[in-house]
Design a protein around this ligand. Structure first.
Ligand SMILES: *Cc1c(COP(=O)(O)O)cnc(C)c1O
Length: 425
């Protein structure tokens, strides 16, 4: 670690020992657990350092060359580097790197292409979509007339016939594809054909799979979707932030929508960290990383299948598995809580056509991006599936004393896989 980073952590320890202690405790927690939350990752020390830099001190409303504050000589270069790298990594004509996070990025897309009351279409949240794809509790569901598609009951895969039928019936202005709990490849060309037929703008929200797309482990939406939104902190392994990418045709509308439409000053420290993450993503080793995420996800699918677990769609093409616990006789929530106590962190999730309530659903969502960053490979996935199974069986038998035994085994096991940015002091 650099001197600058050591100086920084030393100042925090003396200026605010309470927060310093909590950050250290969270580092230990992240290090000691097996983290299978599908939207999470471990960023590099370089990304951490950029995120914690003095770039946070600067206001830069506007875009390079047209700012509303002076002193942008350096910030303009930072933002242009991030934009250029996004264009190279994803092969897009335009990139806006200013959205504060994935949700505001999507809202900016609505602002650019639709008016309140217009019809939009996205995947239903309980089917694997995202709140911002028009779900009713979200602003996007309150301000727009949202229509939702889902998956086929027998295959667990996106029902493209339903997408086509709903699109023809409702003629939405925007069609969102992508989501938060889709274990299979998204068929961007098929979505593009439907969008073209009804005159809708296709938005590929690749928040979950951006790292796989960058690393060539999932087909790219570019050339099919006119607009691509993504967070930068999931499989892409950058800071918490987002980007909107598009064809040159939509560049102006998107930029205007982000600023001044929706946001004020960009978070320049985040922009710099996005640039760093994109440089990492352009490296050959990132291709290996992306493919290993998928190999691990498929190994985990096999290992869970072998132990009698049902997977929505039967398996995984990407970084995530969605486990349906119905046949195991335990809900997703008690299972997730037991696993957390046993040292395995993941989230309970609805499964398509869930018979249980959203806050007490039947599923577990399991992602491999974070454990792959630590260096784990296929053989480790079998161990993880074994621990998951033992914990769930213990939970069912109410043998809660087993959790700490398993947690102990796990904290020993993960010592061979240190995490960036934290170590035993
Ligand atoms: C995570 C996610 C978002 C929202 O990102 P936040 O940064 O949490 O606002 C939007 N769309 C999809 C598909 C996501 O997975």
């Amino acid at each position: 670690m650099t001197d600058a980073y050591e100086r920084l952590t030393a100042s925090l320890a003396s200026a605010d020992p309470e927060i310093e202690r909590l950050i250290d405790a969270e580092g230990r927690r992240q290090s000691e657990k097996i983290r299978l939350i599908a939207s999470e990752n471990y960023v590099s020390e370089a990304v951490l350092e950029a995120t914690g830099s003095i770039l946070t001190n600067k206001y830069s409303e506007g875009y390079a060359g047209k700012r509303y504050y002076e002193g942008q000589q350096i910030i303009d270069q930072v933002e242009e580097l991030a934009i250029g790298r996004a264009k190279d990594v994803f092969g897009v004509e335009h990139a806006n790197v200013q959205p504060y996070s994935g949700s505001p990025a999507n809202l900016a897309v609505y602002m650019a292409f639709a008016n309140p009351g217009d019809t939009v279409m996205g995947m239903g949240l309980p089917m694997g979509g995202h709140l911002t794809h028009g779900w009713k509790v979200s602003a996007t569901g309150k301000w727009f007339n949202a229509v939702h598609y889902g998956v086929e009951k027998d295959t667990g895969r996106i029902d493209m016939d339903e997408v086509a039928d709903l699109a023809k019936e409702h003629r939405p202005k925007l069609i969102f594809c992508g989501g938060t709990a889709i274990p299979r490849t998204v068929d961007f060309p098929a979505f593009a054909e439907i969008a073209r037929e009804v005159g809708a703008v296709l938005v590929a929200d690749i928040a979950h799979i951006a790292g796989l797309v960058a690393g060539g482990a999932h087909p790219s939406p570019v050339g099919h979707a006119e607009v691509v939104t993504t967070t930068t902190h999931k499989t892409l392994r950058g800071p918490r932030g987002a980007m909107i990418m598009s064809t040159a045709e939509h560049a102006k509308a998107i930029d205007k929508s982000v600023f001044p439409g929706l946001q004020g000053g960009p978070h320049n420290h985040t922009t710099a960290a996005i640039a760093v993450a994109l440089r990492e993503a352009a490296h050959e080793s990132f291709r290996d990383y992306a493919h290993q995420i998928v190999a691990n996800s498929q190994a985990l699918a096999r290992a869970l299948n072998d132990r009698g677990y049902d997977l929505v769609s039967g398996g995984s093409d990407n970084h995530l598995n969605l486990v349906d616990l119905t046949n195991k006789g335990i809900g997703g929530k008690p299972a997730a809580k037991a696993l957390d106590q046993a040292g395995i962190e993941l989230n309970f999730n609805t499964v398509p056509f869930d018979q249980r309530k959203p806050f007490d659903p039947s599923g577990l969502r399991i992602g491999t991006a974070a454990v792959t960053t630590r260096g784990m490979t296929e053989g480790d996935m079998d161990l993880i599936a074994g621990w998951i199974d033992r914990t769930i069986e213990a939970a069912k038998a109410d043998k809660t004393d087993q959790y700490s035994t398993i947690a102990g085994e796990i904290s020993e096991f993960v010592k061979q896989y240190p995490i960036p940015g934290w170590s035993e002091s």
